[in-house]
Design a protein around this ligand. Structure first.
Ligand code: NAI
Ligand code: HPV
Length: 616
């Protein structure tokens, strides 16, 4: 029986898999190695001593710093595990060169952008990280840069070392009484906020996925992207680099800031468009920048336009570099590596399969549905980079949804704190929902944070993010054995949506789905019935139910070379509105989106990207 198998898998994983599941590729192979010999671990970047000492208790440890790719590839076939920081690129070539011996990669820090996760998974190699131990260090570095920049400390220090005593050249700017905007109110961002308030700054935060309650408890107001840009004297960046945040700080963002604003980046280089920052500094729209991270690391020193400027202060990715943080991440990652070598599923596993392969095959559509609903719901939250537009001329005839503040194209305040999941199942209350709940959390969280969700840590991560999860199981018709779920829904409480039709009558972003013929489908968005395969990218439009719209929209898409894979229209007879879903092979340009909103009868349009994750 499908569900009882899944249930066993959940129990095994939740108990840290004391005995490995047969189908759990990575860990099963790891245990075989560990049981038969003392594992060898290669450490390629400086790791805290406490971690190294712990590692030496159970493993042979080799340290080799500053390896070239070729040197790393030559060594990797001789080791069972590899421990790195951000300076080692663990590429596909490295996994190939290991010829299957490498079983675990440990990242002594948060970001795993230097590890090819797809290649790791294909090679059956588990990747683990240390997601919490350097949070405070990164926050302290942000504050250090803020103070150093405001008071010109590095420049004044350099001038004194060059033999001058110039007091008038380094007059600074005060922090007290000013406003700082924190972008990304996660682990680091909330620690920065706490410290900034202590310095007498007013703190606002832009994070469309954060809990407003959690922010309010810290005396921080969540605001829209535009508001943050406009009100702040200082801007500090603490979001992950994702397709949605890449280049977020561009010409347009800098232009909307107060003249003479100052910016700090301790997150990832790619969040700032470096050429746009240069232009903003040259025009004095931005007075100063403090950068710990760069698009390319290390940046090219010869001719990097930002590094040499006197109005930019730089550090070489030092956010996590305190003795305490390095001891902390070393211990955190070594525990995870040793655990993984012993065949256990660690809470810090980054690419662990949520479910063993044979169970995944059996339950796949329901699992994909649960994750897809989570991704769909969070994908509808309003954020600054949303590809969405509202038709300005239109007067929506819709219900409360449009007046609820949902139709922002430039980002709402966000701040959802509730996820309500409803299962309609022939098993009613007997349905074991842990796996499905974990998949919803995975769908909601993984696109927006540095957190990697696995079965063991899902509930914990949700709690840490201030998310309240409520579940309701409704007994539906059926024999109670063959069908796991009749339908399932996910609602995000009080979030602003980039597509107002996605907001239901209780002001929640609402999506519902079911499995039909073995395939997962989205069946409801807000109050509208739809029929969307949970895969690929979709353009959604809300429109008045009148002729000419399908042709008009289709023509604009074809003019932009956007291939259409399917098109469905559903209407609510009651208020004369319809939602049209168009499967698209590529994304239309912003200009085309804008034109679509001007097609007579169209009320709003948005892009709904990759609802379903790639199949694992
Ligand atoms: N410079 C350094 O040495 C270090 C840098 N980092 C970096 O700091 C950043 C934050 O790390 P954590 O706080 O641990 O991550 P986190 O996952 O706890 O927090 C990230 C926050 O960003 C928010 N977010 C996502 N998309 C957003 C968007 N479009 N606009 C605004 N907010 C958005 C998320 O909702 C989340 O609350 C990451 O980029 C991480 O790689 C972390 C540690 C050290
Ligand atoms: O943990 C992170 O994401 C960091 O950026 C820190 O990188 P590092 O370990 O200092 O190379």
């Amino acid at each position: 029986m499908a569900w009882s198998l899944a249930d066993r898998a959940v129990r095994r994983s939740a108990a840290a898999a004391r005995r490995p599941a047969a189908g759990r590729r990575c860990c099963a192979r790891v245990e075989a190695v560990y049981a038969t010999h003392r594992a060898t671990v290669l450490v390629t970047e400086k790791l805290g001593d406490a971690g190294l000492d712990r590692l030496r208790l159970t493993c042979n440890v080799e340290t080799a710093y500053g390896l070239t790719q070729e040197e790393l590839c030559a060594k990797v076939s001789l080791v069972d595990a590899l421990i790195v920081r951000s300076g080692t690129k663990v590429t596909r070539a490295v996994f190939e060169a290991s010829h299957g011996r490498l079983k675990v990669v440990g990242r002594a820090g948060v970001g795993v952008d230097n590890v090819d996760l797809a290649a790791a998974t294909e090679a059956g190699c588990l990747v683990v990280n240390a997601p919490t131990a350097n949070t405070v260090a990164a926050a302290e570095h942000g504050i250090a840069l803020l103070c150093a920049m405001a008071r010109n400390i590095p420049q004044a220090d350099a001038s004194m070392k060059a033999g001058s005593w110039d007091r008038s050249a380094y007059v600074g700017t005060s922090l007290a009484g000013k406003t700082i905007a924190v972008y990304g109110f996660g682990k680091v961002g909330s620690e920065v906020s706490r410290r900034a308030r202590g310095l007498g700054l007013t703190v606002v935060a832009y994070d469309p996925y954060a809990s407003a309650e959690k922010a309010a408890a810290q005396g921080v107001q969540l605001v829209t992207f535009d508001e943050a840009l406009q009100v702040a004297d200082f801007h500090t960046l603490h979001m992950p680099l994702t397709p949605g945040t890449k280049g977020l700080f561009n010409d347009s963002a800098f232009a909307r800031m107060k003249r003479g604003a100052r910016i700090i980046n301790v997150a990832r280089g790619g969040v700032i468009d470096e050429a746009a920052l240069l232009r903003a500094l040259e025009s004095k729209q931005v007075a100063q920048a403090a950068l710990d991270v760069f698009l390319e690391e290390p940046p090219s020193f010869e001719n990097h336009p930002l590094v040499h400027r006197p109005d930019v202060i730089c550090t070489p990715h030092l956010g996590a570099s305190t003795t305490e943080a390095q001891e902390g991440v070393a211990l955190e990652v070594v525990e995870a590596v040793v655990d993984a070598l012993a065949g256990n599923l660690s809470v810090n596993a980054v690419n662990a399969p949520m479910v063993p392969a044979e169970i995944l095959r059996e339950l796949q559509p329901y699992i994909v549905l649960a994750e897809g609903l989570g991704r769909a719901a969070v994908g509808l939250v309003s954020n600054s980079t949303s590809s969405s537009s509202s038709a300005s001329s239109s007067s929506s005839s819709s219900s409360s949804s449009s007046s609820s503040g949902g139709a922002h194209s430039q980002g709402g305040k966000g701040g959802f704190g509730d996820i309500a999941i409803t299962y309609s199942s022939p098993r009613g209350d007997d349905l074991d929902t842990r796996l499905l709940r974990a998949m919803v959390i995975k769908g909601v969280l993984e696109e927006t944070t540095t957190s990697k969700v696995n079965l063991v840590n899902a509930d914990l991560l949700a709690r840490n993010r201030g998310l309240r999860i409520t579940e309701v199981s409704i007994r539906a018709g059926g024999d109670g054995t063959s069908e796991v779920l009749t339908s399932m829904s996910v609602a995000l409480g009080t979030a602003d949506s980039k597509f107002s039709a996605a907001v239901d009558r209780t002001n929640r972003i609402y999506v519902e789905g079911r499995v039909t013929g073995g395939a997962p489908f989205l069946t409801k968005i807000g109050n509208f019935d739809v029929e969307l395969a949970v895969q690929g990218s979709v353009m959604l439009t809300r429109q008045r139910d009148q002729p000419g719209i399908v042709g008009g929209v289709g023509m604009l898409l074809s003019r932009d070379n956007v291939n259409i894979s399917f098109m469905t229209v559903s209407r609510t007879a009651k208020d004369g509105e319809a939602i049209m879903a168009i499967g698209i092979d590529s994304e239309p340009s912003p200009a085309t989106l804008e034109e679509i909103t001007r097609v007579k009868g169209v009320i709003e349009v948005t892009i709904f990207k990759e609802v379903a994750p790639p199949q694992r």
